[in-house]
Design a protein around this ligand. Structure first.
Ligand SMILES: CC(C)(COP(=O)(O)OP(=O)(O)OC[C@H]1O[C@@H](n2cnc3c(N)ncnc32)[C@H](O)[C@@H]1OP(=O)(O)O)[C@@H](O)C(=O)NCCC(=O)NCCS
Length: 149
């Protein structure tokens, strides 16, 4: 199977939600479909998927979503969320390719730095980001919800 990346298409929604669920990225308090709907309104070009296709590819119906990343630029920093690779396709460089693609898009906009948050219960992922050149920062992340779920 060959893998390529492209912008998320609304028809990918259920496959991407299933990917996030199998990768443990969904949380009861975050509706993934609502997150997708919001992203489609702001910099949708930064929502990328990795797609595996057969030799007959071309027909999108045969696409299999094997990776995702949702990113954006806030004018100061770039941020990446929902990085995921389907378990059966891990270790093939898919997440690296998605992150490098996001970095290139951010750089095109003049974004000087990209950041991301790793949940404390997912710290085994830090080794992956270390390989990509991401450094840990000693910060606490605070948040206040503006719109109730
Ligand atoms: C973390 C994740 C995105 C990595 O995806 P992937 O497509 O397998 O990553 P890559 O193949 O691009 O790996 C790049 C390198 O990191 C290494 N790597 C991958 N996961 C690693 C880990 N947990 N610890 C250390 N190194 C890791 C790979 O071995 C590879 O090394 P190499 O360049 O020497 O071959 C994937 O495991 C995943 O979806 N995990 C569940 C969801 C998740 O935790 N997402 C991150 C949220 S912050």
């Amino acid at each position: 199977m060959t893998v390529h990346t492209r912008q998320f298409d609304p028809a990918d929604t259920e496959a991407v939600v299933a990917l996030w669920e199998v990768c443990g990225l969904t949380r009861p308090w975050n509706d993934p479909r609502a997150d997708i709907a919001l992203k489609l309104r702001v910099q949708p070009e930064f929502f990328r998927v990795a797609v595996g296709g057969s030799a007959l590819a071309g027909a999108r119906a045969n696409d299999e979503i094997v990776g995702s990343v949702m990113a954006g630029y806030d004018g100061h920093r770039g941020w990446a969320y929902y990085l995921a690779t389907a378990p059966a396709h891990e270790g093939r460089g898919i997440a690296t390719a998605l992150m490098r693609e996001v970095e290139a898009l951010l750089l095109d906009l003049g974004c000087p730095k990209v950041q991301l948050m790793v949940r404390s219960e997912n710290e085994q992922t830090l080794g992956f980001y270390d390989r990509l050149g991401y450094e840990s920062s000693d910060v606490r992340v605070l948040g206040r919800r503006l719109i109730a779920d």
